[in-house]
Write a protein that binds this ligand. Sequence first.
Ligand code: CP
Length: 312
Amino acid sequence: MQTHFLDLNQLNDDEIMELIRSSIEYRDGKLIQLKRPVYFANMFYENSTRTHTSFEMAERKLGITPINIDPKNSSVQKGETLSDTVKTLQAIGTDGVVIRHKTTGWYEPLIDDERIQTSLVNAGDGSGQHPSQSLLDLLTIYDEFKKFKGLKIAIVGDLLHSRVARSNAEILKRLGAKIYFAGPDEWYPSDFDNFGEFTNIDSIVGKVDVMMMLRVQLERLNEDARESFTAVEYANIFGLTEERGKKMKKKAIIMHPAPVNRNIEIANSLVEAPQSRIFRQMQNGVFARMAILTSILKSKDLIAEDEYEDIN
Ligand code: CP
């Protein structure tokens, strides 16, 4: 059983399906009782709306007390290291710390430090992994198709800077989906060849089951790249325009981790179109994060198993 939750790819297929099942149980109204008061700190070194809020919502629904720490107003500003901040939060009494950080693999030096016993939850590391997003994406796809094997999934856009693309490509391939990538050549990481086929949006839009669009991450581009970026040109060549949306298969769905750059990677009208699952993904994010936190609570024997209650 996992004490930390860092990378979905570290779990086996059964453990992933168990997390999906657990998410669905919470969505269906399951509640739990904790054995004692439990505290989790949420610390987001990079901006977030969805992940931060839905981790806090998940914590509150499970009876965990959230402690929100804004790194901008913390002793991080005085030069405190991430390791010392985590040890401080542990000393103060948190059972877990949810962290988003710009450093890819921020958790690696911490998990080898046996003095750190508080659970670490990865809410996104640089261009590495975004495992809670990946779980909510799996849940959303499973809701729709009840399987992963044999599905055709396109991941399109700013692949280089996207931890969502990396997390999802790896896990979806392992679960038996056929992955296609599309986007600018200069934003294609060559190691993605291990997970799928790099092609162009027009050759795949009519044949895939899922169009997973990615945000153009302008904040991660250098000044030259930012200045030469043109929204209209990007939309025409790489975006899911209305015209391309019409070519999608009847039962195909649109996904996007959000926040969305409307009319850049996806047409404004498609964000809330019938085939879009973008807001459904956000809704599923709360239940997926409840399942993740539950796996940690179980590993620490903090759940009073006999007091499960079904509100339906
Ligand atoms: N999808 C996602 O991670 O959104 P936030 O950056 O708002 O958390």
